[in-house]
Design a protein around this ligand. Structure first.
Ligand SMILES: [Zn+2]
Ligand SMILES: [Zn+2]
Ligand SMILES: [Zn+2]
Ligand SMILES: [Zn+2]
Ligand SMILES: [Zn+2]
Ligand SMILES: [Zn+2]
Ligand SMILES: [Zn+2]
Length: 1752
């Protein structure tokens, strides 16, 4: 302690003697009177020096000197002590309340649907992960940049406004000390410094002089150095700029690229330095070159070097200010005050406003820093945020106008800050009250939109610029932000200002009311489709704003009434043309209507009526408040309902006429508009409101007059009054469509009451009804339902609150998505004429519901559900139903339907008429049930029962219905008619009930009668249903018979083997020798069971001809694909040789790092047919223009049947039957011991060696232990145990064998094809071994039994592959095979060693086994005769080879046993355990310190048994497919129980494996010794070496987190390893190894063989031998890639709670890992199906687009 103090004192002394530069500077400033002048003086001296080298700056040095000479002195001056110490202190005391992190483009943001005030309230990743919202219904989004984190803003969140890190009072910091950590002196200093700093920043940023600096900064002698500076714009593409620069500056491409990238990022860059004249010249050059390539010249300026330097430093100073302010709230406040201070006596706005106003003139880099400055100062302090907002609104109009004429993105405009202020509820209210912000925004709109006004002062967007109008939307958006939270408390001032804003808003609507009028085109088609998108887009933008205005108005009754008055006035002003002009009179049934003569089909009409619709909205809200009665106080004159109804009615008529094809000459634009008019995006403020307006009309007008008006406007009055006799079918069709449309609208007017205020319903009920009707069409996924529901201003549909009341969720399987199914009890609410159904939805729903009723054996009537009651203000609407004109219309329709001559009716029309009837009867029934009969004035029943006229044949509606029932063509309507007639009865009885008690008996009778007829009908229906069912059954039976036939023929073609493996043969055998079945099931040695062979007749998929597979026949082949694979690797990421030119593949590494897998789709062709097919493909592809799906050069093609990607064919060669005479075998067993067998083999090899060498170097280099040879054994003795002649294959088969073997060689080693290469047979064995291992591994992974569980294609492929491998030997030079064999045998034969025999631990022994077994017959080869071992010889050869190699493997396992693992106490002291111990004692003699030394015997035995099983399983598969011997039953079941002993029995092994060593002890001892004393062994066993242990670990795709946001979190921390910039990256996760890569970015591209490839493709080369699975993290998409140019997308294994994926995170719901789907992806990999998936997806998407996979 004391020492330290002394030391400190010493340092102090030194420093006081020689104060460092910063302090000196600080104290100098202290002495100056005017800090600003002194500060400028300092900068004037230093800045031009530091920022001198603009063209090629040394950034590190620059930064260092700025720190040292400017910032550190400033900080000293500010704190009066070492700034590091002060800042440290501040850091500890001052946790800030707000996070305020500014988002970069592409960053993930989170919002909470449960807690956020509105969807613009977002959290950054860190805050979110530490907040309560993590467990709420959050949404993920990708930021477009520019926003900031709202963590800590209590106004933004209903609950949980703080994350753990921003919680006030966290970690011992109390509120007090975090608020006042600064002492007075520092504050005083800050007040002195900050104003100067901000003033300098502002002055320099907005400095406009190109050639010189402000006076105060001109203290140096002026130099003659200028820069030519190029600015970013949005007109010119990257390539344009590069081109212009290259031309103008005469520079290299690389330099031009460098400039362009910098310009794009920063917004400006000096591209040339020099004298003024030189720069001016460069400027003109660039301008003219850029003008050549595009219309606009590039923006170039010439700036003096010192101006440039100061501007650059000003921004750097801004970042410094940011840093300082982050330490203290006081700093921020002082800074804000300085910014807001107005110069006394100056006209200039305050500093911050000057910056704001300059924003549009600034370049990107400068804007970014200035916005950040605002974020970190004003936006962190609520009080100052308010003041800033006030300034912002003050200049709002000007800022928006400048933004609109600017060409920069919105995200980097100052106007984008509006959302940060306007959505804060208190701020919004304040701005309305103090700055009248609503009016400011609407007036801004009124000022920017007039360029679109036509001479009637209506908008007309013909020929608009999309970009420019897009910028206007930003202003509309601001209106939405300001209205987003409805005030809870209304002050007088708020009311006044709001109403003023509303009035101003009505002015905009006035310009829209009736805009873009159209007239029906007759005769000629219009020439060009007019632009319609702009108007509709504005309508969409306005939808929620209109709704919000209505909601705000509805906050108070008075307010609403005033708003209503204003709106009504506005509508009237726009309707003047209606009240003038000529009139016409309509008459019907004694009712008369005089109205303006107007025809939609002839006069102008517009679809845009926002004023009328707003009025309708206000009216509904009045009704909801129950204030309609007070309307007359505010609208003193008559409401003039007819005028109000007129325009919406015209719009509906227009829709009807479009449907009737009357407007088809007006082109597509009208059709699109009509579509959007009714679409969910617009309908709430278009179509729905028009229907409401008609309902208002119907409630206030005389019903007959109302209907006359409708008839008149639909131009249908004539159609109902006169008999139209025309043969013009088109005209009739047109009339019928119009009538249908009109009836539909009438149904809606009377029946649609699901709007709060129109009917007595709640919002939830409305949403529920929408959902019910969607689900009546079909079960739907969540996203589809959401898409079909209107969103409110918070983008919510209210779906989740109600869906579970009406529907049940059905989970998805491993593919597809989850869907909601309607609950049965909700079906009763189905209304066939639901007004939001499109035509197709309507008919689909009708069809579905009828079908369902039929299935349930119910009648097919679909009457309307009883509607909810109208609100009082709308109660009169029902009178429409029972009025005279309605009766007339209905009766006319029924009469026409009954009349055989009339064609002015349709079944659809009839259905609608029934629906109206049903509505009327339901209404009356409901009223009668509620009130006594005499009070119910609604009298539908009597009106409908009355005769329409006094004519002789007059009939009432009931009679007409009875008649209709009898018409056979109307069979489909019968149930509905019956329903209506019963309803008539019901109502009649209700009417009579009260007064006619006496009639009860007759009433009962009629009920009974009813029931009887009803029962009868029911029985009849049942009979019909039964008949129909039988008919269906018959058809189904026929169908399935056909299908079965199909399957059977095709089974013969493709699946011959596996399902019925030689049925007859095996059955026969079992019958003849049931007792020896056990004996048969042994594959190796003298007791080997018989080969099961069956006659195989296969059908070629190309020519459909059958052929038996025989070795002498022409070859048949299997389509196959050979690929390299790392699926089994034990060392993921181990560098794979890209080319195998020098590779020796005879021995496989034990880590199986990279193998060659052969798979097949199982489809069979004639070799000849395949060759023809392949040639044809080659020919046709030469004419193809598209990117090829497959690489013909390397033999790729698609399987003609299943379109799998293939690159070769495997010949199908039948198994050669072999049978062993058991007596011979027994005899031989005595003679041929292992020792003897080894001697024979060695003698044979030695013999060859002598024969071939003849003085030269031996062909087979080998080392014999002398004295081993038995003199009785010589060269030929191997033949004496039995030989047979060589199998003769047809030439065609041999040819195919060579072809396939060459392909395996070529692909496995990545070398050019060469059928003579000595490595061809090695690769054959290698792919056999590896394919077997891969399949064994897969079976184990899936928990399937070893036999009987393979897919047919796997089974057939494996079988063909093994038989091919057996045959392959004969196509090669036998000397070559012998040479390979000797090298293989040298591993396991004592006394035989070649020079390169590898260490036992560095090879995979299963590969050795396969090679040795397949190569062994070559030892029987002789110059003169072609011989091969007889069955019995083979049996012994294979047995001994297997035993020797198995012993070697046992040693491998025991040497590498992992003793570090805790194993629970084993079975104690068993026989095996004792053997294990003693075996270990034995080998310990040879090798010291081997791992298992200390382990107990039982442990070793358990480890051995466990470790050897995969090898035994592989061997069993291998021998089975080579020999065709039936395996024991136990291997057909998936239980591990008994598997081990069954394997041992099948492979002729003792279950106690150590007995092998005991049996052959003398032979094996020297071998053991040799293996153990291998000099390479200790190296392999070193603890740090990654030795492979057994069983090998099974590979799986990496663990993924359950919650997707964790991955996003990881991605956000991802930094590109190659570049340090903060540009947006595309992190991609390798699912094999977990590496995160920087995808699709130049920084991480690699060059391989002269080609540029992306980071992912490069990674895949090593990680998956070219094949890989990646997850694009930001997009939540999986991609599969193969090679350099192929890939496809695959659904990601993440699902939201509704069982749907979300590619691109468009919906943003929380996502969780679906284990099943991830497992499926895992299997795609392990089954080696990635290539297949890619090929299939490319086949389907080939024309759409070609993604450049190479650069992934
Ligand atoms: Zn945050
Ligand atoms: Zn936070
Ligand atoms: Zn929440
Ligand atoms: Zn064929
Ligand atoms: Zn196929
Ligand atoms: Zn990887
Ligand atoms: Zn990168």
């Amino acid at each position: 302690m004391a020492d330290e103090e002394a030391e400190g004192a010493e340092r102090m002394e030194v420093s006081s003697e020689l104060p460092p530069a910063p302090q000196r500077q600080a104290s100098w400033w202290d002495q100056q009177i005017d800090f600003y002048t002194a500060f400028l003086h300092h900068l004037a001296q230093l800045v031009p020096e530091i920022y001198f080298a603009e063209m090629d700056p040394d950034l590190e040095k620059q930064e260092e000197s700025v720190q040292l000479s400017i910032f550190t002195p400033l900080e000293w001056y500010l704190f009066g002590e070492d700034p590091d110490i002060s800042l440290e202190k501040l850091k500890q005391s001052g946790a800030f309340q707000l996070c305020g992190k500014v988002f970069k483009s592409g960053e993930t943001t989170y919002s909470c649907r449960d807690c956020a005030i509105d969807p613009t309230c977002v959290l950054c990743m860190d805050c979110f992960q530490n907040s309560v919202h993590k467990n709420h219904r959050y949404k993920m989004h990708t930021s477009t940049g520019g926003g900031f984190c709202d963590c800590g803003d209590t106004e933004a969140w209903k609950t949980g406004p703080f994350c753990i890190n921003h919680e006030p009072g966290r970690a011992g910091t109390t509120k007090e000390n975090s608020h006042c950590p600064l002492n007075e002196e520092v504050i005083a200093q800050a007040r002195k410094i900050f104003p100067s700093v901000i003033r300098y920043i502002v002055e320099m940023t907005i400095w406009e002089e190109e050639k010189q600096l402000p006076q105060e900064l001109q203290i140096r002698e002026k130099n003659e150095r200028y820069y030519c500076v190029l600015f970013n714009d949005e007109h010119h593409s990257y390539d344009h700029v590069i081109y212009s620069l290259q031309r103008a500056l005469d520079c290299e491409l690389a330099e031009a690229q460098l400039h362009t990238t910098a310009i794009d990022k920063e917004g400006r860059r000096a591209v040339r330095a020099g004298t003024y004249a030189a720069c001016q010249e460069a400027k003109e050059d660039i301008k003219s070159h850029s003008e050549n390539v595009s219309q606009h010249p590039l923006h170039v300026e010439v700036l003096h070097s010192e101006v440039m330097a100061h501007q650059k430093f000003a921004l750097r100073l801004g970042s410094w200010m940011n840093k300082i302010m982050s330490y203290s709230s006081d700093f921020r406040q002082i800074f804000c005050q300085a910014c807001l201070e107005e110069e006394p006596g100056s006209e200039n706005p305050c500093l911050i406003s000057r910056l704001m106003l300059w924003d549009a003139k600034l370049y990107k880099g400068a804007r970014k820093i200035l916005h950040e400055l605002i974020f970190s100062s004003f936006f962190m302090e609520m009080e100052y945020k308010k003041l800033f907002a006030m300034e912002f609104v003050k200049y709002y109009k000007q800022l928006q106008k400048e933004y609109i004429s600017d060409d920069h993105d919105r995200s980097i405009s100052i106007t984008a800050l509006s959302v940060q202020m306007f959505t804060v509820p208190t701020l919004a209210r304040h701005l309305i009250e103090e700055r009248n912000v609503i009016s400011v925004i609407t007036e801004t709109l009124l000022e920017v939109l007039p360029e679109y006004l036509d001479r009637n002062n209506k908008f007309n967007f013909q020929g608009y610029s999309q970009d420019k109008l897009g910028r206007v939307y930003a202003v509309i958006c601001d209106l939405k932000y300001i209205l987003i939270s409805k005030p809870t408390v209304w002050t007088e001032r708020l009311r006044i200002q709001f109403l003023e804003g509303f009035r101003s808003f009505l002015k905009i609507l006035t310009c829209m009311q009736g805009m873009e009028e159209i007239r029906r085109q007759v005769g000629q088609h219009i020439e060009v489709d007019p632009d319609w998108e702009a108007a509709i887009a504005i309508q969409m933008q306005l939808k929620n704003i209109l709704l919000m205005f209505q909601e705000w108005c509805a906050c108070e009754e008075e307010l609403l009434l005033v708003a209503y008055k204003e709106c009504h006035k506005a509508v009237m002003r726009c309707s003047t043309s209606f009240t003038t002009g000529s009139k016409t009179v309509v008459q019907l049934c004694g009712h008369t209507l005089e109205t303006k003569s107007y025809r939609v089909s002839e006069d102008l009409v517009s679809i845009h009526l926002p004023l009328s619709r707003t009025l309708a909205g206000l009216h509904v809200r009045l009704s909801r408040l129950g204030a309609v009665s007070r309307l007359h106080e505010f609208v003193p004159f008559d409401l003039q309902v007819e005028v109000l109804v007129e325009y919406p009615l015209r719009c509906l008529v227009l829709v009807a006429q479009v449907v009737a094809e009357m407007w088809r000459r007006n082109g597509l634009s009208l059709i699109s508009q009509v579509f959007y008019y009714q679409d969910v995006k617009c309908r709430e403020e278009m179509y729905d409101k028009d229907i409401i307006m008609l309902q208002i009309g119907a409630s206030l007008m005389d019903p007959n007059k109302f209907l006359l008006l409708i008839l008149q406007r639909y131009e249908l009055a004539d159609a109902f009054t006169k008999t139209i006799s025309t043969k013009d079918q088109d005209l009739i069709k047109q009339y019928n469509t119009l009538i249908e449309e009109m009836l539909q609208v009438l149904i809606y007017v009377v029946g649609e009451r699901y709007v709060p205020g129109v009917g007595n319903v709640t919002k939830e009920e409305v949403t529920m009804r929408e959902i019910i009707h969607l689900l009546c069409i079909e079960p739907m996924p969540h996203s589809a339902i959401a898409k079909n529901l209107p969103e409110n201003e918070n983008n919510e549909t209210g779906l989740e609150n109600v869906i579970n009341k009406v529907a049940t969720f059905k989970k998805p399987g491993v593919s597809g998505h989850g869907v909601y199914e309607l609950k049965d009890e909700s079906l009763k609410d189905f209304n066939m004429y639901f007004y939001h159904y499109s035509k197709t939805q309507h008919s689909k729903a009708e069809h579905m519901q009828k079908k369902r009723r039929k299935q349930e054996n119910k009648d097919e009537a679909l009457p309307p559900p009883p509607p909810p009651e109208f609100c009082p203000a709308f109660s009169k609407v029902v009178n429409l139903l029972s009025c005279d004109i309605m009766m007339y219309i209905l009766r006319t329709i029924f009469e026409r339907a009954v009349d055989t001559d009339s064609n002015l009716w349709t079944e659809g029309m009839l259905q609608m008429a029934f629906h109206i009837l049903a509505l009327g009867l339901l209404e009356e029934k409901q009223q009668l049930q509620k009130a006594p009969e005499e009070e119910v004035t609604f009298d539908f029943y009597h009106k409908a029962s009355r005769l329409g006229s006094s004519a002789m044949n007059a009939q009432n509606i009931q009679m007409l219905l009875e008649k209709l029932k009898g018409i056979p063509q109307l069979e489909g309507q019968k149930d509905m008619i019956t329903w209506i007639l019963q309803m008539f009865d019901t109502v009649k009885r209700l009417r009579e009930k009260s007064c006619l008690i006496v009639a009860s008996t007759s009433g009962l009778d009629s009920i009974k009668n009813d029931e009887i007829t009803h029962d009868k009908e029911k029985a009849e229906r049942k009979r019909k249903a039964e008949a129909a069912r039988l008919h269906r059954q018959k058809i189904m039976a026929q169908m399935s018979a056909l299908q079965k036939n199909f399957i059977e023929t095709h089974k013969l073609m493709y699946d011959t083997t596996s399902e019925m493996p030689g049925k007859e043969d095996s059955v026969m055998e079992e019958e003849s020798a049931p007792a020896v079945s056990d004996y048969c099931k042994i594959a190796l040695g003298p007791k080997r069971g018989p080969t099961l062979t069956e006659k195989e007749v296969l059908t070629c998929i190309l020519c459909q001809e059958e052929q038996e597979v025989k070795i002498e026949n022409n070859a048949m082949v299997l389509a196959a694909c050979v690929q390299k694979s790392t699926a089994l690797t034990q060392h993921r990421g181990k560098s794979v040789e890209l080319s195998g030119e020098t590779l020796d593949p005879l021995f496989m590494d034990p880590d199986l790092a990279c193998g060659t897998y052969t798979g097949s789709c199982g489809h069979v062709m004639h070799a000849v047919c395949w060759q023809k097919y392949f040639e044809a493909v080659q020919l046709s592809s030469q004419q193809r223009v598209h990117v090829d799906l497959f690489d013909l050069e390397s033999g790729e093609y698609l399987c003609p049947l299943c379109k799998s990607l293939c690159n070769t064919v495997i010949p199908i060669i039948p198994l050669q039957p072999q049978k062993i005479n058991s007596e011979n075998a027994e005899a031989l067993a005595q003679l041929l011991t292992l020792a003897r067998w080894i001697q024979t083999v060695l003698a044979r090899i030695e013999g060859y060696n002598m024969k071939h060498t003849k003085g030269e170097n031996p062909v087979i280099p080998m080392l014999f232990d002398q004295g081993m040879g038995d003199s009785t054994l010589e060269f030929h003795s191997i033949l004496s145990f039995g030989v047979q002649s060589l199998t003769k294959y047809s030439n065609s088969i041999k040819e195919m064998v060579i072809l396939f073997a060459t392909t395996v060689y070529r692909i496995g080693l990545k070398v050019p094809p060469d059928e003579m290469d000595p490595r061809v047979p090695m690769m054959t064995w290698s792919t056999c071994a590896f394919t077997v291992q891969a399949i064994e591994n897969l079976l184990g992974d899936e928990g399937k039994p070893l036999f009987g569980a393979l897919q047919n294609r796997q089974h057939n492929g494996l079988k063909a592959l093994m038989q091919f491998a057996v045959a392959q030997r004969v196509t090669c030079s036998q000397v070559l095979i012998q040479k390979h064999l000797v090298r293989l045998l040298s591993v396991v034969l004592p006394n035989l060693r070649s020079e390169d025999t590898p260490c036992l631990l560095s090879i995979d022994l299963f590969h050795v086994l396969v090679g040795a077994v397949l190569a062994f017959p070559s030892l029987y080869w002789d110059d003169t005769v072609d011989l091969q071992p007889s069955s019995i010889s083979s049996a012994y050869n294979q047995l001994y080879l297997f035993h020797l190699i198995t012993m070697a493997h046992i040693l491998q396992i025991l040497l590498t046993v992992d003793t570090g693992l805790p194993l629970c106490q084993g079975e104690g002291d068993s026989e095996e355990a004792r053997c294990a111990s003693s075996f270990f004692v034995e080998i310990s003699q040879y090798i010291s310190g081997c791992a298992g030394h200390s382990a107990p015997g039982w442990y070793l035995w358990a480890a051995l048994k466990n470790g050897i099983t995969p090898y035994l399983r592989c061997a069993a598969l291998f021998f089975h497919y080579v020999l065709g011997v039936t395996p024991p039953e136990e291997l057909f079941t998936s239980s591990a129980e008994g598997e081990y002993s069954a394997l041992c029995s099948y492979l002729s092994l003792p279950t106690n494996l150590f007995l092998l060593f005991q049996e052959y002890w003398d032979t094996v001892r020297p071998l053991l010794q040799r293996w153990c004393t291998d000099p390479a062994l200790p190296n392999c066993l070193k603890p740090q070496s990654a030795v492979v242990r057994y069983p090998r670990k099974r590979n799986s795709l990496i663990e993924l987190p359950d919650d997707y946001s964790c991955l996003l979190n990881q991605a956000s921390h991802f930094r590109c390893p190659r570049s340090a910039d903060d540009e947006r990256k595309h992190p991609v996760l390798c699912l094999f190894c977990g590496a995160i890569l920087c995808s699709q970015n130049i920084c991480c591209q690699e060059i391989v063989n002269g080609e540029e490839i992306g980071a992912c493709i490069f990674h895949a080369l090593h990680c998956g031998a070219g094949v890989c699975i990646f997850l694009k993290i930001r997009e939540c998409k999986v991609v599969l890639v193969e090679g350099k140019a192929r890939g496809c997308a695959y659904p990601a294994p993440y699902l939201d709670e509704y069982g749907e994926t979300d590619p691109g995170l468009k919906r943003g719901n929380p996502l969780h890992l679906s284990r099943e789907r991830y497992r499926k992806l895992h299997l795609v990999w392990q089954q080696h199906c990635i290539i297949e998936e890619i090929a299939r997806s490319q086949e389907t998407n080939q024309i759409l687009f070609a993604f450049n996979w190479q650069l992934l």
